[in-house]
Write a protein that binds this ligand. Structure first.
Ligand code: SF4
Length: 509
């Protein structure tokens, strides 16, 4: 009851949510396997909500994972506060491997069988989608009746038409029908690798914040997706491997979308893997400012980098930026497919400082294939060179460094993750060299990096591990892995031979 009241308050504090009458349409729950705040900061959830509710034959409500909610009332939708069992379709949007643990927890809390094999016509159809499931659906496939491989805009029309007409179709027959659709993987039914679907026509599908709430990671900002994919081909990067080709929306469509939402927020965050590569980025920034928006753009590529673009961002109120040298030497950067040099990095820092940005975060990885301790020393030296450049402009510099996790569907998909001891030693080298010189170093947690590596390149056996984790803890993970006779290290540090079949072979990019 208490939680019901909290959900009602949450819904009433939102703007832009849709509450359709129940009756006549297929009810679908858009499920985000993490809390409301993170879910509402995720544009994928906003896009799904829009595409489902744009159809007259469907209604969509949102469900988030929240410990408090699940312990008191099970998973309820934000809009009408109904349980998941009231919906015909549950559409999970999953974009982070560590959220896998919440999938069975939500299903269990809702009173639904966790495994697809145990569900029948009396249960909703449960569909998964999102970045990590597109890259490798294997570890969670057993929980879903079907998995979307690719982008919702391209897959949903065919999928929803089939679900609409399939209401009375026996489940096994409906699953067989779904397996014939492009971009749909149905475990146990799909006979061939499923080809990823993406939309070439970005302008017909503008994506931006649909529901406004103060309870997001982005606070007062309106999120506007500018582009997808990337024209570069960094060997470690999932964007290059699984979200190509590089596509963008026209300035006209972006401005028209932004204009509709100026009444809710006057600060716009431009979203996309390489927003600064939009061919008309300068025009876009200027027009948004002229409309009355202040601007936010999280990161920029080191090269090419435009002083005019940075200046425009500063005029739009941007005070901090991130750039990603990724590695500390020209030879390591060549090895990972980054086409710029140490000099380019230092020059970018100078341009950013000179334009008036106040805080700059450098992002890099440690534990890259063939990396040695000397490469971490090179990274420290590059950061100090950047610090000297930043100091000329009173630009505050910090370093975020994470462990390299090999991802499926990238050039490094068969490579092992480096040993935890090597990564931790290099993290320490960086902290020791940089912290006394005034550069804050924020390293990732390597143990969770190993779990992420296991889940990212894992196979179907991991479903039993994910299913038994009743809360997210390293001890619980280790226990569950041991119970299943599995080892994190075997997954994370495994090198797949060139001719060896991969667990994500069910997906064709
Ligand atoms: S790391 Fe950045 S530049 Fe490289 S492919 Fe990925 S998105 Fe593009």
């Amino acid at each position: 009851m208490v939680w019901n009241r909290a959900l009602k308050d949450r819904f009433e504090a939102e703007s832009g949510a849709v509450l359709k009458d129940w009756g006549g349409q297929v009810p679908a729950a858009i499920v985000f396997p993490n809390n409301y705040r993170l879910g509402m900061s995720n544009l994928g959830i906003h896009a799904l909500y829009k595409w489902f509710n744009n159809r007259e034959d469907f209604l969509a409500e949102r469900v988030f994972w929240d410990e408090q909610e699940l312990s008191t009332s099970g998973a309820l939708s934000v809009e009408s506060r109904r349980p998941l069992t009231d919906f015909s379709v549950l559409a999970f949007s999953v974009s982070w491997e560590l959220d896998y643990f919440n999938i069975p927890r939500i299903l269990r809390a809702a009173g639904l069988p966790v495994y697809a094999r145990d569900r029948d016509e009396s249960h909703p159809l449960i569909i998964g989608g999102g970045a990590t499931l597109t890259a490798n659906p294997a570890p969670t496939a057993a929980f879903f009746d079907a998995v979307c491989i690719g982008e919702a805009e391209a897959i949903l029309p065919g999928l929803l038409d089939t679900l609409k007409t399939g209401g009375t179709t026996p489940r096994h027959q409906l699953l067989a029908q779904l397996a014939t659709l492009p971009g749909i993987y149905v475990p146990g039914h799909s006979k061939h690798a499923v080809k990823r679907l993406y939309t070439a026509d970005m302008d017909s599908f503008p994506v931006s914040t649909q529901v406004f709430t103060d309870d997001t990671e982005f606070g007062d900002m309106y999120l506007l997706e500018v582009q997808r994919g990337c024209r570069f081909a960094c060997r470690f990067c999932l964007v290059a491997g699984a979200f190509c080709p590089f596509r963008w929306r026209s300035v006209e469509v972006l401005l028209s979308e932004a204009a509709k939402n100026l009444k809710y927020r006057n600060r716009v965050a431009l979203v996309g893997p390489v927003v600064s590569e939009h061919p008309q980025i300068l025009e876009l920034l200027r027009c948004l400012r002229e409309m009355g928006f202040s601007l936010s753009m999280g990161s920029m590529r080191v090269k090419p980098i435009s002083t005019e673009v940075i200046t425009e961002l500063v005029k739009g109120g941007v005070k901090s930026l991130t750039i990603a040298p990724e590695a500390g030497s020209d030879h390591m950067r060549r090895a990972i497919g980054k086409g710029f040099s140490d000099d380019d990095v230092a020059e970018a820092v100078g341009k950013i400082g000179a334009a008036g940005i106040r805080q700059l975060t450098l992002y890099a990885m440690v534990g890259l294939p063939e990396e040695k301790d000397e490469d971490a020393a090179d990274l420290a030296a590059l950061v100090l060179r950047c610090k000297a450049e930043a100091d000329k402009y009173r630009l505050l510099l910090s370093l975020n460094v994470s462990a390299f996790v090999p991802k499926p569907q990238t050039s490094f998909e068969r490579q092992p993750m480096a040993a935890a001891a090597d990564i931790n030693r290099r993290f320490e080298m960086l902290s020791r060299s940089l912290a006394p010189r005034g550069v804050k170093v924020k390293p990732d947690n390597v143990d969770w990096g190993l779990v992420q590596a296991a889940l990212s390149r894992g196979d179907e056996r991991l479903a039993a591990v994910i299913e038994t984790m009743d809360r997210m803890s390293l001890a619980g993970w280790r226990r569950a892995m041991k119970q299943q006779g599995l080892s994190t290290e075997d997954y994370a540090h495994r090198r797949y031979d060139d001719n060896e079949a991969l667990p994500w072979g069910v997906v064709e990019m």
